[in-house]
Design a protein around this ligand. Structure first.
Ligand code: ADP
Ligand code: MG
Length: 325
């Protein structure tokens, strides 16, 4: 059973469909009197998501925070409190514990969240880390199911660096520092996500954890629409061009995972306001395609052909063991 089939099964269970704001988005949404509460959880598993040969305790702590903070960014929420489950194969060295918590707490603290509890257990299979994050929003969180035909598709920054770095790290060959940083310590887009949600200039929002193609497919499926990506507009990290990688840079931008950039849609009429907002934040957005009514995903190549795009992002059960969120 694939991950998406498991989620579809959960949604088919009695009572779950009624949870309109529950399973299916980056965070669950609880509507309250003072605004919205947002809930998310994500795990990092040794041998699946990371390898201790190149992941120090400090960066593991930071990444565990980021994979969750990025889901909060993908709703436009403000992180508040986190719970940690720490599964360890053997009693840890004090230095490992100190480094791990320094990493975790530094990233959580940077975005206003506190660690408020958790559980510690023995796990003979290796290190198992899980964080659950609670946040809030006084404005309406942006879901992934409201994209409409004719809207423009944006990504918040160049893609592919994390997946390219992973390939080089796994091979044990040298890799430029900015790419290593993109893999070990990616930036969650909280400020951008919050600003976009607050100003109501976008219709649908998701973070790119499993590759542009697959996460766009998820956004389209939730919204009941399709999309065309323009090959020439897809930004990839400039350092990818000079490396000896197994595939061309575009491949990493489309199918590589763990970028943690934001992917969103916005009506053409909002473009001027959107540009004003992002330049006030000192940011540039990258328009990469258009939403269309016909369901499916296409790539318009630089030669003008329109080819169907297989969303070969990462699915834990469909593609075997390869790091992803
Ligand atoms: P993301 O990559 O944004 O963290 P996932 O692809 O992990 O999201 O999950 C998609 C949706 O399915 C989310 O709403 C998540 O909460 C839900 N989900 C995934 N696995 C489970 C599970 N085992 N039990 C309940 N809900 C799940
Ligand atoms: Mg997500």
């Amino acid at each position: 059973m694939k991950e998406e089939d498991l989620i579809a099964y959960l949604l088919s269970q009695k009572g779950q469909k009624a949870l309109d704001e529950g399973i299916g988005d980056d965070c669950a949404i609880l509507v309250g009197k003072g605004g919205y509460t947002l809930l998310t959880t994500d795990a990092l598993v040794e041998g699946v998501h990371f390898d201790r040969r190149y992941f120090s305790a400090y960066f593991l702590g930071r990444k565990l925070a980021v994979v969750n903070l990025s889901d909060m960014a993908a709703m436009g929420g403000c992180p508040q409190a986190a719970l940690l489950t720490l599964g360890l194969p053997s009693p840890p060295e004090p230095a490992w514990v100190q480094e791990f918590f320094q990493g975790l707490l530094s990233r959580l603290g940077e975005f206003g969240a506190k660690l408020v509890g958790g559980d510690t257990v023995r796990n003979p299979g290796g290190i198992f880390l899980n964080l659950s994050l609670v946040g809030h929003a006084t404005w309406a969180p942006v879901r992934r199911d409201k994209a409409r035909p004719g809207e423009i598709i944006f990504v918040s920054r160049p893609l592919g660096a994390s997946a390219a770095a992973l390939e080089l790290l796994q091979k044990g060959v040298s890799c430029p520092d900015p790419l290593i940083q993109a893999h070990l310590d990616p930036e969650p887009e909280l400020l951008l996500g919050q600003a976009l949600a607050q100003k109501q200039l976008i219709s649908a929002l998701i973070d790119i954890s499993d590759g542009l193609a697959l996460d766009l497919k998820r956004l389209c499926r939730a919204s009941g629409v399709g999309a065309i990506l323009f090959e020439e507009s897809i930004p990839f990290h400039p350092l990818l061009s000079g490396l000896s990688l197994e595939a061309p840079p575009l491949h990493y931008a489309l199918f590589g995972g763990e970028d943690y950039a934001l992917l969103f849609t916005s009506p053409p009429a909002s473009q001027d306001q959107l540009t004003n907002l992002t330049s006030s934040l000192g940011r540039i957005l990258f328009p990469v395609g258009r939403i269309c009514a016909e369901t499916g995903l296409w790539l318009k190549t630089r030669h003008g052909d329109q080819i169907p795009l297989d969303a070969k992002g990462f699915d834990h059960f469909a593609f075997g063991h390869k790091p992803s969120s």
